[in-house]
Design a protein around this ligand. Structure first.
Ligand code: GDP
Length: 477
């Protein structure tokens, strides 16, 4: 990535002369139109005492090198983006409602929240954004599409029920995404609630409560009685502080689609979560394989607004088609450019669909040899818990210096769409032991090119992985 000295000065908001001086200071003689690379720019910026961060290429596997600016300058603190996960009926929806009701209506007079897929609350003058679709399914489906739109996960565990299968799934999905977890131990108002038992169970999954010497924050709450909500939000802000979440608000906007629909009167409507830069009415954007010019923008209270900065969700009108949740969006120069890029992407996506290479046992060896992978993540689904443990132990023992075998998730039951999403998001293979993929999982696995194999005998699975690791897997099994 290169940038001219002039463009660089504009980005930094500094006189060109000063930037040239800074470059000389770092040993580079450069004219106003000369191109410099990122490392050089970084050095110069440092001597000007400006923080520069290289923009990551985060286009959803379909890379358009021209869509993203090379430099994020002037990083500023941004609100955390939170997803709520947990077992069914443990209180995810109730908690999201409790937070919204406690924090939104109280501060914004008469503010009735619209459901746009995300909302922002304020605590002690600091904002927190919540994604309104609870559960790890949406989270991981978005991740499988290349979107990383969650900074912190609140894991809800009912104090009267403890850790359940979907709690474990949620924990593993968070670990695979390397997103920090805060545990909300819910329903403390219910008879039979046992906070300590939940903490005890959590330790089995590597989550040790702070008060027990670990680093997992656990907050007892009652979504129904609105107990502990502020404590929980304070812990979210504290975690955000530690994570040092930052973004440059003064660059072209980029982010992720959270929700979308075709509205009869208004046409395609999408909720965008701005993650970098500032989005304005009138901006032209490229969204997945569609595009548009923003005609109108609304916040989560249904109020018409003109601009939105990092971590703020907005509902927008003006797209030519309905994008998909998890699609990335990028602001581009003008609508014509946006349309051209969208069309190019459509063509590219078609050809990519056939060729996306995910890890598979057949080509594992060559991928390792080419240095493409150092780790083989595996998801195990089985008919009984005992088999998962046995398989996990045998498989992880196969790890070598070149490649580490790691079981990222194990669960009892059929292979589901969520397993396939997790595999797609983590580049993992799925192994079924005495269980099969259900219909939807099968379709998704084919679409996303996820490698799935089922076995009836443990050592067959172990032998296969072992053979795959040394490139000796016979293609007929
Ligand atoms: P979800 O499936 O995780 O979204 O769970 P819900 O939010 O739908 O809650 C499931 C049930 O638990 C509902 O009947 C809620 O009213 C109830 N519930 C949720 N939180 C609490 C709580 O803190 N205390 C009590 N007593 N009930 C709760």
């Amino acid at each position: 990535e290169f940038i001219t000295v002039k463009e660089f000065a504009e980005k930094l908001n500094k006189p060109v002369a000063e930037v040239i001086k800074a470059l000389i200071f770092t040993g580079i003689m450069a004219g106003i139109n000369q191109e410099i690379d990122y490392e050089t720019a970084e050095k110069a910026a440092k001597s000007l005492e400006v923080e520069v961060v290289k923009a990551k290429d985060d286009s959803s596997g379909i890379s358009d090198d021209d869509q993203d600016d090379a430099l994020d300058v002037n990083m500023e603190k941004r609100p955390p983006i939170v997803t709520v996960m947990g077992h069914v009926d443990h209180g995810k929806t109730s908690l999201l409602d409790a937070i919204r009701k406690a924090k939104v209506t109280e501060s914004e007079a008469g503010g009735i929240t619209q459901h746009i897929g995300a909302y922002t609350v304020t605590l002690n003058g600091e904002k927190i954004t919540f994604l309104d679709t609870p559960g790890h399914e949406a989270f991981t489906a978005m991740r499988a599409r290349g979107a990383q739109a969650t900074d912190i996960v609140i894991l809800v565990v009912a104090a009267d029920d403890g850790i359940m299968p979907q709690t474990v799934e949620a924990i593993n999905h968070c670990k695979a995404a390397q997103v920090p977890i805060i545990v909300a131990i819910n329903k403390i108002d219910v008879e039979g609630a046992n906070v300590d038992r939940v903490k005890q169970e959590l330790t089995e999954y590597g989550l040790v409560a702070e008060e027990w010497g670990g680093d997992t924050i656990c907050v007892p709450v009652s979504a129904k009685q609105r107990i502990g909500i502020d404590d929980l939000l304070e812990m979210v802000l504290l975690t955000a502080e530690v994570e040092e979440l930052k973004a440059d608000p003064n660059r072209k906007a980029a982010g992720t689609v959270v929700e979308s629909e075709l509205d009869k009167g208004r046409g395609p409507v999408a909720t965008l979560l701005v993650q970098k830069g500032t989005l304005n009415v009138g901006d032209s954007i490229l969204v997945g394989t569609t595009y548009g010019r923003i005609r109108a923008m609304f916040d989560d209270k249904g109020k018409k607004i003109n601009s939105a900065g990092p971590s703020i969700p907005v509902e927008i009108l003006g797209l030519s088609e309905v994008p998909q949740a998890g699609d990335k969006f990028n602001e581009v120069k003008d609508e014509k450019t946006a349309r051209g890029m969208a069309e190019a992407r459509k063509i590219k996506e078609k050809s990519l669909q056939q060729s996306t290479m995910r890890v598979s046992l057949e080509d594992l060896y060559s991928q390792v040899k080419e240095g493409k992978i150092q780790e083989l993540p595996i998801i195990i689904k089985a008919d009984v818990q005992g088999s998962i443990e046995a398989l996990k132990n045998s498989l992880e023992k196969l790890s070598t210096d070149e490649i580490k075998v790691r079981v990222i998730h194990g669960g009892v039951g059929a292979i589901t769409e969520t397993d396939i999403s997790l595999a797609a998001a983590s580049n993992a293979v799925v192994i079924g032991f005495n269980v099969r993929p259900d219909n939807n999982a099968q379709i998704l696995a084919e679409k996303d090119n996820v490698y799935v194999k089922t076995y009836r005998i443990i050592y067959h699975a172990v032998d296969d992985i072992k053979a795959a690791m040394i490139g000796m897997l016979s293609p007929d099994i």
